[in-house]
Write a protein that binds this ligand. Structure first.
Ligand code: SF4
Length: 159
């Protein structure tokens, strides 16, 4: 059983810790939820290794319940867009929830996280290659020269 899980998550790195977490989580799903992934936030966050961020991803994608996923990328993006200056993920979630219609929350989370991973990095944002530069109040925090900026864009699989 352990070997089966390890063979699946092996390519991801930290596979022993991930295997351990998956086995614990699976055990709790069977013990507490009859082997089904629960569809309520309160139940999801009661599972080992599942925080509010992960729970919102599951709710949005598996159950169609709109959710805002405030990870490091999302938080940085909304601060660079000037939507908030807050750092606390729960407060950021509340502020963005007031600004954006609920039906857009899940898609917004994916788009901003993708943009943060690919173009608007924490240390070297590629402003000169950014498709939303014209609307971004933080344009210029990173490289603005287009050719140099294009070299900063990450095109591989997300990490
Ligand atoms: S213009 Fe620069 S700071 Fe603004 S979103 Fe694009 S990469 Fe980020």
């Amino acid at each position: 059983m352990r070997e089966d899980v390890e063979s699946i998550v092996g390519p991801l790195g930290f596979f022993r810790a991930k295997t351990e977490a998956i086995i614990k989580l699976s055990d709790q799903l069977v013990q507490k939820f009859n082997g089904e992934v629960p569809s309520r936030l309160v139940d999801l966050v009661s599972l080992p290794g599942v925080g509010r961020k992960t729970a919102n991803v599951v709710l949005g994608n598996a159950f169609g319940v709109p959710g805002i996923t405030v990870d490091t990328h999302f938080g940085r993006m909304v601060r660079r867009f000037g939507w908030t200056t807050l750092e606390d993920p729960i407060k950021v979630e509340a502020v963005v929830g007031e600004l954006i219609p609920r039906k857009e929350w899940t898609a917004l989370s994916h788009v901003l996280i993708f943009h943060g991973r690919r173009i608007c990095h924490a240390k070297k944002p590629a402003c000169g290659a950014c498709p939303v530069a014209a609307w971004c109040p933080s344009y210029g925090v990173g490289e603005t020269e287009p050719e140099a900026a294009a070299t900063l864009v990450k095109t591989g699989p997300p990490r």
